[in-house]
Design a binder for this molecule. Structure first.
Ligand SMILES: NC(=O)c1ccc[n+]([C@@H]2O[C@H](COP(=O)([O-])OP(=O)(O)OC[C@H]3O[C@@H](n4cnc5c(N)ncnc54)[C@H](OP(=O)(O)O)[C@@H]3O)[C@@H](O)[C@H]2O)c1
Length: 245
């Protein structure tokens, strides 16, 4: 059985991943600051197979520890561990000099520090040292292309990609651990709603993002979840790069 650790299951892509993975022969360790009632019910019915771990990822002291990951993995007939860093925030959007410092700190923590800390904690677990491990960082086209108004989001995604590139180097001679930066492309989620509502701040490309929605260019998060699961979790190691326009 695969053990899958997934952040941000309450909405968007993370919720779609939860919906599909909860039906697979896999153990789930879901990290979110809230869980939906049907998720609580499903977890209760699934017993120890689905573990819901409440945590605000902007708070280091709330993150699961190595010992927690170890306890989750102990006693399972676990053949592979997959860690999916999905949770992220797009805000603060606007001109540098006018950003809310609390939102800057929150984005740095959720988008960049939490993935680093969780990866470090998981790789320290004894059980993990002898299992195949796959780590997915759900990134964005914003990691590679500067977007005026998204300075913090771009910086956190670029920083995250570099951290996982370095991790991939660490394991370059060891097939046991594989690391992937995954650009899911533009999706019809609450993150896109937040982007379209950035009407009173500096964000020159606002109209373009309004058009993505109006012209039906946003992918369904369920379709993207299906593609990511198919390409990284059920089948082989094929990459899933989707170009963000
Ligand atoms: N949507 C796009 O067009 C797009 C494009 C490229 C890349 N991406 C990337 O795809 C991933 C998923 O995005 P999405 O569109 O599905 O976003 P979303 O709908 O906004 O969902 C984000 C998830 O992250 C969680 N989260 C945010 N802050 C958190 C915190 N402090 N603690 C715990 N959980 C927190 C949210 O929880 P709450 O429900 O509690 O807020 C939610 O479950 C992200 O990494 C994003 O950067 C998205």
């Amino acid at each position: 059985m695969k053990a899958i650790i997934l952040t941000g299951t309450s909405n968007g892509l993370g919720k779609s991943l939860f919906d599909r993975l909860s039906k697979e022969d896999a153990s789930l360790f879901c990290i979110a600051r809230r869980f939906l009632p049907y998720q609580e019910e499903l977890a209760q019915a699934a017993g120890s197979r689905i573990h819901l771990r409440r945590a605000d990822l902007s708070r280091t002291d709330e993150l699961p520890t190595t010992e927690e990951f170890q306890r989750f993995l102990d006693g399972r007939d676990c053949r592979e561990v997959i860690l999916v860093h999905n949770a992220a925030v797009i805000e603060p959007i606007g001109a540098v000099g006018q950003l809310d410092p609390r939102k800057i700190s929150e984005a740095l923590q959720v988008n960049l520090a939490a993935p680093i800390l969780l990866t470090n904690a998981l790789l320290a677990a004894d059980t993990v040292a002898s299992l195949p491990v796959k780590i997915l960082f759900i990134s964005s086209g914003a990691a590679k292309r500067p977007r005026d108004g998204w300075s913090v989001y771009c910086a956190t995604k670029a920083g995250g990609e570099m951290f996982f590139h370095v991790l991939a180097e660490q394991f370059q001679d060891n097939d046991r651990v594989s690391v992937h930066n995954v650009d899911p492309g533009i999706m019809d989620t609450s993150m896109q709603e937040t982007i379209r509502s950035a009407t009173h701040v500096h964000f020159p490309q606002l109209e373009r993002f309004v058009q993505f929605k109006e012209q039906g260019m946003l992918a369904s998060p369920d379709d993207v979840a299906a593609a990511i699961i198919n390409e990284y979790m059920l089948a082989g190691q094929k990459e899933y790069p989707r170009e963000t326009p």
